[in-house]
Design a protein around this ligand. Sequence first.
Ligand SMILES: [Mg+2]
Length: 307
Amino acid sequence: MPEAGALARFRGALIGSAVGDAIGELAGVHNDRQSLLDWLDEGDMLRYTDDTAMAIGLAEAMSSASGVDQQVIGETFKRNYGKEPWRDYSSSTPAVFATARRHEISFAEAAQRLHGGEGSFGNGAAMRIAPLGVLYRHSAKLREAAEASARVTHAHPIGIDGAAIMAWMVAQAAKANGKFPFADIVMGMIGFAQTKEMRLKLAQVVELIAKKAPPAEAAVALKLSQKVHESLPFSIYAFLRHPNSFQECLFTAILNGGDEDTLGAMAGAMSGAYLGIDAIPLDWQERIENRDHLEALAERLARLPVD
Ligand SMILES: [Mg+2]
């Protein structure tokens, strides 16, 4: 049996990430706080992008395979992409499906062939991993599971490390149960990183938080791009700067440029996993696209036993 409040963490992570993705995408157009708030007041449906489509795919695959099975994950991603190719996917996602099919190789082998055999270090494996982070929050296999899920599309060590760190952060947030062990988290995340690129960036995040650096300064220092080591660290900064407010965490993540929808998806997942579903403004929860399916997946994952 999961601990009390576990379902609220699954719901918080899944819906928080979807809301962050959708509002982050809007911030690409309405890029100051007031115009974003004005747009949100209009009351339209919040539409998510590939980040949430792939988080849904990962959650579906883990619930049908009772854990991480790379082939099931890849087939689920491919099927979902086929139904909704317009969700602003990066071109490397369908490239993996096409290469796997053409050469009759696994998705992971196809992912290894991207970028001249180096694999991708984009943020695509990290942006979707929140459901896995909550599911494996108590498991010693968290890193192994995170890496396996990442390798379906991302073979570069930085792309894989970024995904594992994001899963670890979501797991810590979900386990903290409202009491944030700040010192443990910041030291733990640096120790958990395995590439020097991620370790250096996380150390910078800790310095920026310690000196209360404003977001604009942090954005410049950490650099913002679609690379995982130039996006995930800024989302972690936003979460650590505003651990007790979903909205402030999200707005910090998305109103300083960069890959806004993914910054929002990652920050929203950490904040939602930490604070639980009730911290997400109700109006946003109600307007997120496909909410019933996200809720159903959260319930299914919350009941899934993991060793
Ligand atoms: Mg996206």
